[in-house]
Design a protein around this ligand. Structure first.
Ligand code: GLN
Length: 287
């Protein structure tokens, strides 16, 4: 027999060995998930004996976590920009870094968010970008494009969960025919796969459980920027904007790709760690 208080102490001790920076938050998540109750309420009843069933459930979650399996997949849900997103195997876990893309649009391109903008999100994955944009720019028309059936399952679920009326398209963003279905976009946004071959060979254990399709960006990580930029430039209206999430240190290469394809007024935005995470630009006005 174990009390809720003892169980919480054990959970913290085990999680501390896995990640001493995040264990308090991780323990809170696991306790709340297992008991379906908020931690403060649980702690008030810390002398109560925990049911065997709950203890077993927690043990199972911890065993998984000890193999490096991501906490987000264990919980089945993660927060992005304050919104809940369902996640599981086959879909990239939304990262706080990616919130920079939303900040950038709302802060630096606020003019573009007026007058019912047309927005496309390429390689949408869980849909976190597309759904958040729709929530914060309600009169926008947002299309989320994703190739993987596994990811689309989550995308649909997340759109519904958040009541976001977005269009979901299964498509290959590297296929010219997909790009040709879009025209006069005000905003094109993408967090494409951008890890290099070397980074793919030395992935953190947690990340190795995530879909390779969402991570591998070719030898130098730049494949998608090289292909998407010329293919989709005609789908963006004159003066429209493009925003890419990038890996650390990719800004110069991505800037060059954008400039070669007729984009100007390049802007960088940094994530909370101070790393340039978003490169955005405007499509030159055509005369
Ligand atoms: N940010 C992810 C990572 O560091 C990579 C996501 C991506 O390739 N778009 O693991």
């Amino acid at each position: 027999m174990v009390t809720i208080g003892e169980l919480y102490t054990n959970v913290k001790a085990i999680l501390k060995k896995i990640d001493s920076d995040t264990y308090l938050f991780d323990a809170k998540c696991i306790m709340e998930h297992a008991f379906m109750t908020e931690l403060p309420k649980l702690l008030i009843s810390s002398a109560t004996v925990a049911s065997e069933d709950t203890v077993k459930r927690i043990k199972k979650m911890l065993d998984k976590r000890e193999t490096g399996y991501p906490l987000q997949y264990i919980l089945g849900e993660w927060e992005f920009y304050g919104l809940p997103m369902k996640v599981g195997e086959g879909v990239l876990i939304p990262r706080p870094d990616t919130e920079t893309i939303i900040d950038t649009i709302l802060e630096k391109y606020s003019e573009r968010t007026k007058n019912a903008p047309q927005i496309a999100d390429l390689c949408s994955g869980s849909g976190c970008i597309a759904i958040t944009l729709k929530k914060y720019i309600p009169d926008s028309s947002v299309t989320a494009i994703e190739f993987s059936d596994d990811a689309i399952k989550y995308l649909r679920e997340n759109a519904q969960l958040n009541g976001a009326d977005i269009k979901i398209v299964k498509g290959d963003v590297l296929d010219e025919r997909t790009a040709r279905c879009f025209e006069k976009l005000d905003i094109l946004v993408s967090n494409p796969p951008y890890l290099t071959g070397e980074e793919m060979d030395t992935l953190q254990t947690e990340v190795s459980f995530e879909p390779e399709l969402a991570l591998r960006g070719g030898d130098d990580g730049l494949d998608y920027y090289r292909k998407i930029t010329p293919l989709w430039r005609n789908s963006i209206k004159s003066g429209g904007i493009i925003l890419y999430e990038i890996g650390m240190g990719q800004e110069n290469d991505v800037t060059a790709i954008l400039q070669e394809n007729g984009f100007e007024n390049i802007l960088y935005s940094r994530d909370t760690a101070g790393i340039i995470r978003i490169v955005s630009a405007e499509k030159k006005q055509e005369d």
